[in-house]
Design a protein. Sequence first.
Lengths: 115, 116
Amino acid sequence: NAGVTQTPKFRILKIGQSMTLQCTQDMNHNYMYWYRQDPGMGLKLIYYSVGAGITDKGEVPNGYNVSRSTTEDFPLRLELAAPSQTSVYFCASSYSGSGGADTQYFGPGTRLTVL
Amino acid sequence: AQKITQTQPGMFVQEKEAVTLDCTYDTSDPSYGLFWYKQPSSGEMIFLIYQGSYDQQNATEGRYSLNFQKARKSANLVISASQLGDSAMYFCAMREVNTGFQKLVFGTGTRLLVSP
């Protein structure tokens, strides 16, 4: 059971370039999330998905897009990279519906620098 | 208004001592959940402990316990018998059940340093 995996681990982009951050989970979780963590700060929600085909914006969605064609995968797309998107990106997943903690489990993160 | 407040940017503790990391929260939702995550220098976010707003007893997980004081809206993390490996950032987070989805709001974190 790998949990939540993210690729790449590190990436440097030039301003205006595009890229996709990959996220896969093998826990059959229905909910998936993308967060960003700026230096010295907590995590902020970018986008989330409650199931395949359903996505919605979080707190800081501008400059990003997502899709969820399968339960397992939730890629995050940056179309025109800007220095303000320099951050560490975390993908997470949870199972909702059990009535319990619905704990979110996180991937190892992708450190992105835009120069 | 800040939903989650962690007022201690850094804490120091000696090995084998206990330490309390503070967390206060703000919500008008009667149903919510409180979480603590550990982030070591390697960067991953590790779930530690959960407390539901209707839970009668304080949550415990091994050396971690959550001192939940509902009336004061505080959810402090207590680490007993600190170990060198406990040195990390610690984040308190809250989920409000009635927002319609499982959104977590994070505090700014507390950096814990455990010395020998």
